[in-house]
Design a protein around this ligand. Structure first.
Ligand code: IPE
Ligand code: IPE
Ligand code: MG
Length: 235
């Protein structure tokens, strides 16, 4: 497969942790634990396959409405991940960023995120982004609020609000748009993920639940992507 057909930025809606656990007679939280391990492995596989940017959806703005004990278990995992992944990121030259409205998270998680982002900010390997308390509508709303503030302060004219200005106010301002979006476990919807950024992204769905996702599955998604004819409105 030629190199130019490898997507530069792959985004993943990691779905099916709960169903995977249920099938095994385990609590949903066990699915999230296994899902977390798969994230770490896929990050290494992505590097081996030549992917430059990897973005994963870990917790949506809608996920707060899950049972409180599940939300707690997810936050515990995210807290642990932020604390323990620094070492591995430094070893593998991974830069990690977090997108979403982190102000709603517990203070110690916010601090752990800041520490991880800061420690890895010079790393030039895979650019890894985790979406936590992320919702695309909320992201766009926050961008509009910031832009409206600049217009009100006369730092910017309304007519100067270009697509580029909007892009520069999104959480993803430092990232290219995703080339490929993968969703696991059979669902074929976007669930409020990267709505602006996916304007021209190729979608790939698989029935595999996230805890069963592996390098071979990722390779299948890349193969499907390589066969697509991306047109961007041209003929
Ligand atoms: C994805 O798995 C993980 C998160 C949304 C945090 P789910 O928890 O949505 O698993 P299903 O869809 O219920 O199987
Ligand atoms: C999307 O999965 C959010 C994450 C993967 C974090 P959900 O399982 O929450 O989405 P819906 O509810 O099926 O749309
Ligand atoms: Mg789900």
């Amino acid at each position: 497969m030629s190199n130019c057909k490898i997507p530069k930025h792959v985004a993943i809606i990691m779905d099916g942790n709960g169903r995977w656990a249920k099938r095994k007679g385990l609590p949903r939280s066990a699915g999230h634990v296994q899902g977390g391990k798969v994230v770490e492995q896929i990050l290494e596989d992505a590097r081996d396959l030549g992917i430059r940017y990897l973005t994963v959806y870990a917790f949506s703005t809608e996920n707060w409405s899950r049972p409180q004990d599940e939300v707690k278990a997810l936050m515990k995992l995210l807290r642990e991940y932020m604390r323990t992944s620094i070492k591995k990121c430094m070893k593998n030259n991974v830069r990690t960023r977090v997108i979403g409205d982190r102000t709603k998270l517990d203070k110690d998680i916010i601090e752990a995120i800041e520490k991880l982002e800061d420690a890895t900010k010079e790393n030039t390997g895979v650019q890894f982004t985790i979406a936590i308390n992320y919702g695309a509508r909320d992201e766009i709303r926050r961008a509009v609020e910031a832009i409206a503030g600049e217009v009100a302060a006369k730092e910017l004219a309304a007519s100067e609000v270009t697509e580029e200005v909007i892009n520069d106010h999104l959480d993803t301002r430092e990232l290219p748009d995703p080339d490929l979006l993968i969703r696991t476990c059979g669902e074929q919807r976007i669930s409020n993920f990267l709505l602006w950024q996916c304007a021209y992204t190729e979608f790939y769905y698989t029935d595999k639940a996230w805890p069963d996702f592996d390098k071979a599955e990722l390779q299948k998604a890349l193969d499907a992507y390589a066969d697509r004819d991306r047109r961007y409105g041209k003929v």
